[in-house]
Design a protein. Structure first.
Ligand code: SAM
Length: 201
């Protein structure tokens, strides 16, 4: 991420929770319920922002599990810590997950409302599988809306380089990179792609 992108998210942070109306508890629960998150699992929440997923993930993995919540915007991460710093199974890390090493191995790495911001998606996904995912682990790309909604927001903010493909097209692109990509949901309220290592790789 560039400094101007970090500044951009730092500026958005104080208003984020009030403006992010799509991540209702029902929608977040419905998305997470499709991911087979079990007690005892280790989860990476990449680009956690103000931690919208954290309480739900924390409850799902329980005291034997753990969440590592990562963000490069200290404005965003400080708010997440303020809200959820008391949860014993959550660790917060300020780092750029496309550039820096993340400690540990995980069952699931979540990219929730984050994928369009990646600079090098193919390399980042491959790096995550190599460095941070356990055997059989998966990366989940998810949004609480369809791609049209996301692209409209980025258009309004004049950040059209952050274009998101329709789920089926993105899954096809990821498959060409040698990973297995399955669309789990693709409607107005939910966009979920589950990425795993292809049997051939
Ligand atoms: C659109 S916000 C979504 C935040 C949160 N997941 C949510 O849905 O409320 C994207 C977040 O990803 C973070 N982010 C994007 N690229 C990142 C990177 N390479 N390393 C760490 N954080 C990143 C941004 O700082 C920002 O907080």
């Amino acid at each position: 991420m560039t400094q101007s992108e970090i500044d951009f998210f730092d500026r958005l942070a104080p208003e984020w929770d009030a403006s992010e109306v799509r991540s209702t508890p029902e929608r977040v629960r419905s998305i997470l319920d499709q991911l087979d998150i079990r007690p005892g699992m280790s989860i990476l929440d990449l680009g956690t922002g103000t931690g919208v997923l954290i309480p739900y993930l924390s409850e799902k993995v329980g005291e034997r599990g753990n969440i590592t919540a990562i963000d490069l915007s200290s404005g965003m991460l400080d708010l997440a810590k303020k809200k959820f710093g008391h949860l014993k199974n959550v660790t917060f890390l300020l780092l750029d997950f496309e550039e820096e090493i993340i400690p540990g191995k995980y069952d699931i790495a979540l990219l929730y409302s984050v994928y369009p911001h990646l600079h090098a998606p193919e390399q980042t996904l491959k790096w995550l599988f190599r460095m941070n995912l356990k055997d059989g682990g998966k990366v989940v790309i998810a949004f609480p809306s369809d791609e049209k909604f996301i692209n409209q927001i980025h258009h309004d903010r004049a950040s059209e380089s952050d274009h998101l493909l329709p789920a089926q097209e993105l899954a096809k692109e990821i498959s060409k990179w040698g990973m297995k990509a399955e669309v789990l949901a693709d409607d107005e309220e939910t966009y979920i792609i589950c990425v795993s290592m292809s049997d051939h790789s």
